[in-house]
Design a protein around this ligand. Structure first.
Ligand SMILES: NC(=O)c1ccc[n+]([C@@H]2O[C@H](COP(=O)([O-])OP(=O)(O)OC[C@H]3O[C@@H](n4cnc5c(N)ncnc54)[C@H](O)[C@@H]3O)[C@@H](O)[C@H]2O)c1
Length: 313
């Protein structure tokens, strides 16, 4: 990809900041609109500001009034934590649905020759769970909780706007991301933080639920691959090569930190509507040459031993 203007939203969140860093290092000009909510990484923003190809706009995507000149919009901005959506879904509907509607409206207001290519960052959760086999991009969307329902709604908006207004898009549906500097509300960073403080990790139910783990740097490469080589107006699944039950993830973290299993976790009530397993068929993306490169056990060790969560305290 030649030097590009990339309009990123949510670029201070976990996945967005890794994407922004990679783009800045490649010399792309990045405009990052981020409202800077509780999950945003203010330290990352200070680092990005040392690049002269970076600009941050602190704004809610749902209130955005102007879309600067750009080749791509990459929309990471969202409320992303399922448990929060079960407590109160209002902000999820606002950011994840109305925010996307706003970005699509601003895109379609541009002349077709000037409109950016819309990359919607979505999730495996829009398909709901699957006990055996894998969801393909053509599988029906059957979300199980308010978070995934808002993400499925956003995917539908993108597809509808493309048909009516000629928006060019890709939807990228990824499995669970992990990696350095994730806000400690998600399973891995939260459990690492608790175990380091001498507290047991909190495990929903019996921990048998299976998730597929994808390193955030592999996700970033997947998104860039789709931007460069992907077919326009196509959905791409992105699947990590590491399916594990939550209890096995906790056992691995405990073993790295030398915590005996009996002290490593306690059960808490199961999440309402808990999905049993997510799994995606991502052969469409792999045909473009992408494969996950990073090893879960090694990267988990790096996080458990080295991650510095002070940036979020
Ligand atoms: N984390 C995962 O495992 C995972 C997996 C698949 C897909 N996704 C999707 O990837 C995207 C990024 O996830 P994440 O884990 O990095 O999220 P995150 O919660 O870490 O970060 C979200 C970022 O978006 C910003 N934001 C939220 N609402 C906004 C608004 N209305 N306007 C402007 N900025 C806003 C926040 O300030 C924050 O910096 C989300 O769309 C999520 O649905 C995440």
């Amino acid at each position: 990809m030649q030097s590009k203007l990339i309009f990123v939203t949510g670029g201070l969140g976990f996945i967005g900041k890794h994407f922004v860093k990679r783009c800045l290092d490649m010399g792309y000009f990045v405009t990052n609109v981020d409202i800077v909510n509780y999950a945003a990484d203010r330290f990352a923003n200070e680092k990005f500001k040392t690049y002269n190809n970076y600009r941050h706009i602190e704004e809610d995507i749902a209130n955005l009034s102007h879309l600067p000149e750009s080749d791509f919009i990459v929309n990471f901005a969202a409320e992303s934590h399922v448990d929060n959506s079960i407590s109160d879904s209002r902000q999820f509907c606002h950011s994840n649905i109305l925010g996307v509607q706003r970005l699509l409206e601003l895109s379609r207001a541009k002349a077709a020759s000037d409109a950016p290519h819309f990359i919607q960052i979505s999730t495996d959760e829009v398909y709901g769970d699957i006990v055996q086999g894998r969801h393909a991009e053509s599988s029906a969307l059957r979300p199980s909780n308010p978070y995934s329902a808002t993400k499925a709604a956003a995917d539908m908006l993108v597809i509808g706007w493309a048909r009516t207004y000629g928006i060019r898009y890709n939807i990228v549906r990824m499995t669970n991301n992990y990696g350095p500097n994730q806000y400690p509300e998600k399973l891995i960073p939260k459990s690492v933080m608790r175990l380091r403080r001498g507290l047991p990790a909190l495990m929903h139910g019996n921990g048998s639920y299976i998730r597929s783990w994808l390193h955030v740097k592999d996700s970033v490469e997947a998104i860039l691959t789709i931007m460069v080589k992907g077919e326009s107006n196509t959905v791409y699944n992105v699947h990590g090569d590491c399916e594990l039950s939550n209890i096995d993830v906790l056992r691995k973290i405990a073993s790295i930190l030398d915590v005996p299993e009996k002290d490593a976790f306690v059960q808490i009530p199961d999440r309402v509507g808990q999905d049993v397993r997510y799994s995606l068929d991502d052969n469409r993306l792999r045909a473009l040459g992408w494969n996950p490169a990073l090893d879960f056990d090694q990267e988990l060790k790096n996080i458990a031993v080295e991650d510095d969560f002070r940036r979020f305290l």
